[in-house]
Ligand binder design. Structure first.
Ligand code: AMP
Length: 454
């Protein structure tokens, strides 16, 4: 505990940390907490799993007065992250009893309006905060500390205008803390606009790469789902997360896993907040072992005990890939990240491999039996639309279904034949670590990201 005390934290917080068995500050906490307590603006390069919540939260809790109005605003890209941060902060404030309120869309606004009247710390997503500003049901004039959490993601998701409008409603004289997994040019511009003489810090996350095995299987698209079933059946895994690039694919994978006797549940932005919370609670309680999800829904979630991450669709960038694999191999536990790479993923996989620090090994793709696949119509209940072993069908298209999903650049023809990646990573070749890397296609569209629905 001495290590936390040395950072300048008061006894209320120290007591809560002690009760949580937090003994040593993480690197980002050690670097950031003193700066926050000194009132400095901070740019922190740190990802989920680094202990960033307490890094910005400890100083906020220490500097907030009860009944003093909204003194801190924490902006996050997703509802789940807002919930998670609120929960963590409430936990650490149990000895000073602050009113910490999550504000996000998809739930009743009336209750939020009531809660905002007594809030001292607000953790929210930009859209709903803006809604409250327009209704004049939130008063940001007393904000002393503003946090932009996962700022890179907020930019990716196109929240920049909302964030801008919200910041103009905060006092000019305030402390601003910007947390981002990556410090890109865009983030630097954002920081320049909103922060004053910021101190930059960065830290590794808790993910232990030595404990994380990363592999990929090269598979034709029409066998991808069957391979997933084969691998899930074969591994004695703990909690598994299967990542898809779209809601549609997530629904497809969830339903067909259940059809094939593997209990799975899906979480994505298309579900009501209530349902998302229920799904997460089930997964947390470990009564469901396979969570099929899209990136945004899973972003920043702190779920303990995830042993395997599957990329059913390859994400569009190494940044997204790293966020995904960061769900496993945490806090000293072993983990495995498995990517199922079919022809439609080659371009994305190329982008992932641009990060030369990633060590992804090719695995021999086993011969697997084709499993039953059904196609379910959306919005018409769960009745199957078509069934059977239709080759190249729905989710087998790996992100290609449902419009432009995952569609970077020109698509190979739908024959699925002969489209190897424009690189020499050894896909389909030996069991060695993928080696050569080729430049990504220039056809990748940045603006497109904003339109994706997760
Ligand atoms: P975060 O990056 O804030 O989402 O934190 C990731 C995980 O690390 C959460 O489960 C925290 O409870 C845990 N954690 C954060 N800081 C510490 C610490 N100093 N000691 C032990 N666990 C921590």
């Amino acid at each position: 505990m001495e290590n936390f005390r040395k950072l300048g934290l008061n006894e209320d917080i120290i007591k809560a940390l002690e009760e949580s068995k937090f003994e040593v500050p993480s690197e980002i906490q050690e670097k950031t907490i003193p700066l926050v307590l000194q009132g400095k603006d901070v740019i922190a390069g740190s990802a989920t799993g680094s202990g960033k919540t307490l890094a910005f939260g400890a100083g906020i809790l220490q500097n907030t007065q009860r009944y003093g109005g909204i003194q801190s605003l924490i902006l996050t890209p997703t509802r789940e992250l807002a919930e998670q941060i609120t929960k963590a902060l409430k936990h650490f404030s149990k000895h000073n009893q602050l009113n910490i309120i999550p504000i996000y869309g998809g739930v009743s606004i009336t209750k939020q309006i009531r809660e905002l009247e007594k809030a001292e710390i607000v953790v929210g997503t930009p859209g709903r905060i803006l809604d409250h500003l327009q209704r004049q049901t939130i008063d940001l004039s007393l904000v002393k500390i503003l946090v932009l959490d996962e700022a890179d993601r907020m930019l990716d998701m196109g929240f920049i205008d909302d964030v801008d409008k919200i910041i103009t409603q905060c006092p000019k004289k305030r402390q601003t803390l910007l947390f981002s997994a990556t410090i890109s040019q865009d983030i630097a511009v954002l920081a320049k606009k909103y922060l004053q003489h910021p101190v930059e810090v960065s830290a590794e996350s808790y993910i232990e790469t030595a404990k994380l095995k990363q592999v990929y299987y090269d598979t034709p698209s029409y066998m991808k789902f069957s391979l997933l079933v084969h691998l899930l059946n074969g591994e004695k895994s703990g909690l598994v997360m299967v990542f898809c690039n779209t809601r549609r694919n997530a629904d497809f994978v969830e339903k067909n896993l259940n059809l094939n006797g593997i209990e799975a549940t899906a979480i994505h932005g298309g579900l009501t907040q209530d349902k998302r919370n229920r799904v997460l609670a089930h997964f947390h309680s470990q009564s469901v072992h396979v969570l099929v999800c899209t990136d945004v829904a899973a972003r920043g979630l702190d779920i303990k005990g995830v042993s395997h991450i599957y990329n059913y669709d390859l994400p569009p960038s190494s940044k997204d890939y790293i966020h995904r694999i960061g769900r496993t191999a945490r806090a000293g536990k072993e983990g495995k990240a498995i990517s199922l790479v079919s022809e439609r993923d080659y371009e994305n996989f190329n982008h992932v491999l641009e990060d030369h620090s990633l060590e992804i090994f090719a695995e021999h793709t086993p011969n697997v039996e084709k499993v039953q696949i059904k196609i379910f119509d959306r919005g018409r209940g769960d009745s199957p639309r078509r069934s059977g072993n239709r080759s190249g069908g729905y989710g087998e298209r790996s992100g290609g279904y449902g419009g432009r999903t995952g569609g970077y650049g020109s698509r190979p023809s739908s024959s699925g034949q002969g489209h190897r990646p424009r690189r020499s990573t050894g896909v389909g070749g030996s069991n060695n670590r993928s080696s050569g890397r080729s430049a990504p296609s220039s056809s990748r569209s940045e603006g497109y990201q904003k339109k994706r629905r997760y």
